[in-house]
Write a protein that binds this ligand. Sequence first.
Ligand code: ARG
Ligand code: GLU
Length: 720
Amino acid sequence: MMKKTLIFAVMALLTVSAAVADEGMWIPMLLNRNEAAMQRAGMRIAASDIYDVNHASLKDAVVLFGSGCSGEFVSPEGLLLTNHHCGYSYIVSHSTVEHDYLTHGFWAMSRAEELPCPGLTATRLVRMADVTAEVLDGTTPGMSEQERAAVVDRNIEAVKAKYTDGTHYRAVVKPFYYGNQYFIYINEVFTDVRLVGTPPSNIGKFGGDTDNWMWPRHTGDFSVFRVYADKDNQPADFSKDNVPYRPLKHLEINIKGVDEGDFTFVFGYPGTTRRYVTHDAVDLAANVENPIRIAMRDIRLDNYKAAQELSPALRLRYATPVANIANGWKKWQGETLGINRLHGVEQKLEQEAAFRRWAAGKPEYATVLDQLEKLYGRLRPVDVRRTWYSEAILASDLMQRASLLRQLYQAGSDNGRWMKAAAAIDRSNARLFADDDIWAEHLKVDRRIFVETFIAAWRAGQTPYMDKKHRTEADVRKTLNRVFDKSILNNPGRFAAFMSRYEGSEADRKTILKDPAVELVNIAYAYALGNYNGSEDQNKLYNRLNDSINLLMRTYIKGMMEQYPDSNFFPDANLTLRVTYGHVQGFRPKDAVYYTPYSTLDGIIEKENPDIYDYVVEPRLKELWQKKDYGRYANSKGEMPVAFIATNHTTGGNSGSPVLDADGRLIGINFDRCWEGTMSDLLFDPNYCRNISLDIRYCLFIIDKFAGAGHLVDEMTLVK
Ligand code: ARG
Ligand code: GLU
């Protein structure tokens, strides 16, 4: 067994690029390096059709949607597609029990009805450039990571100014390969983005968290926005005088669809991958962090979901937190399963053994892995404390607000910080105290979450600050309940009065510090992220260890590139624009099972269950299905396609990304990965890793046939 994996791993290493054909998230500016491979794989356009600074190219049709999703222009009038789950919090914020757009959907039938979304941005990349030399100017090989960072930060500010002075552009500089290389991104940031349409939840979130991260999938995961600009087509904050933005390029839509084996690529903003980390990091994520996170989120989800069953108002109240908590909770389960099934830790150990053999006698590289191993040994307990703090101690609303109050205390009389902390508390209060019934129920839910997660941390030995005064679990519970009852944060009247006369005086600050919830969060913070009982400051320690790890990883990856000079190492995702390519393809998730690559409306009817919220089918949709009234959106077999899978290497942030065909035409909207491949941020396996896309034809069918908003489709450019 061991021998077999060893041989496999060695083979994989010798043929890194060939074996992992579809792995990689490539830099648009450097795409000419991938062009030949992409064309061999079936692409019929040129790299310069995808990214070009002298002519309009596909990149001008792609945006960073908000701060963590992608989107694409599909009309000359700024119409933008993204996922339903990316528009989710904006849809929720426009929803009330009376006008429940989240549940029933929303369609602006005229421009005047489009809904402003304060805070939402759409960011277009104008161009990028390699600024490594400028950023590293003045650094020397012997520098400590802190010294280097100081020089680098200064250089980055200068570079950003140089590239944007006198323009309305904003720039970011990002490190690649752990700081072996730096690129600047010069962006145009649009701040007037309006909600145009969303399907009802039982289409946009069909299958809910049950189907999330899974195939076969039938979620109509899209929503529609429009970007507005000033009269000169430049970004402007919301104004009635703004007009629809005219993009340099909008995507053409291929409504003929694609078949298994066809070339496809995804163009968007993947957030984070950690492809090159060592076995310790893989083990820490899969076997230490993930199990803690999953167990603590079980507690929160059980309680929130039970409350959601009680009333529509509570369902809406908890919709966004549940969607967010559940998403990570499920992904981490898949990730740990996938890593352990593929013997991820052992695979890494074998690769490291090969590196050690290669590095022996090379002074720059010989001890890198030993040093990394030592650092991870020290990082692990620090990391465990942090994980318990963020996932257990801060699980309840009470502790989250106590932590905001703690920030208010720390801001003292510093006006800017003070206002920010106070505003954050106001926002969370508005959410919590708006309705008496919701508040009463929330107190019950939050007490259970607060006590149960804290008790779990106590059982794990993660709350030593409780040990002096508490012998038994019952003692701890008693204290926690007292904290919950006594905190001013759980007394809306008293708290509102306190906040209205708060001015950051010493007396005010003392009142905060004496609040039992703040007291508790304070000491928990000290233990996990500060200094407790004279220990070393945990936050500083954590940053220092990570800095050192980063420095060594920079050397390690440089070494691997020398070790395998013929391989094309893709840089880890870092929320910059990337291209990933592959083929529409089914897979074998387990023995005797083959997953075909696309799903249809028939499957929605198969899953229908009026008693289960996630599987309620909209009557109008069923009617269209009964009549097979699919218009021009059916496939050649007369079916209504819903979603498809492909071998594109994607990650969080790729949600909403355009999925394109060999000619660069839109065929889908990326929204998820398959369960068996959720470990791909750390470990990509072409046999299991698939991205899931919404078929663009289902999106158009819903807009046109289901919602009767065909005027939106009329804006788009459809090709057959
Ligand atoms: N798993 C997808 C992503 O990571 C979709 C999440 C939204 N859906 C949900 N049921 N929570 O964003
Ligand atoms: N749903 C994810 C997102 O919001 C994309 C799925 C993934 O992580 O690959 O970005």
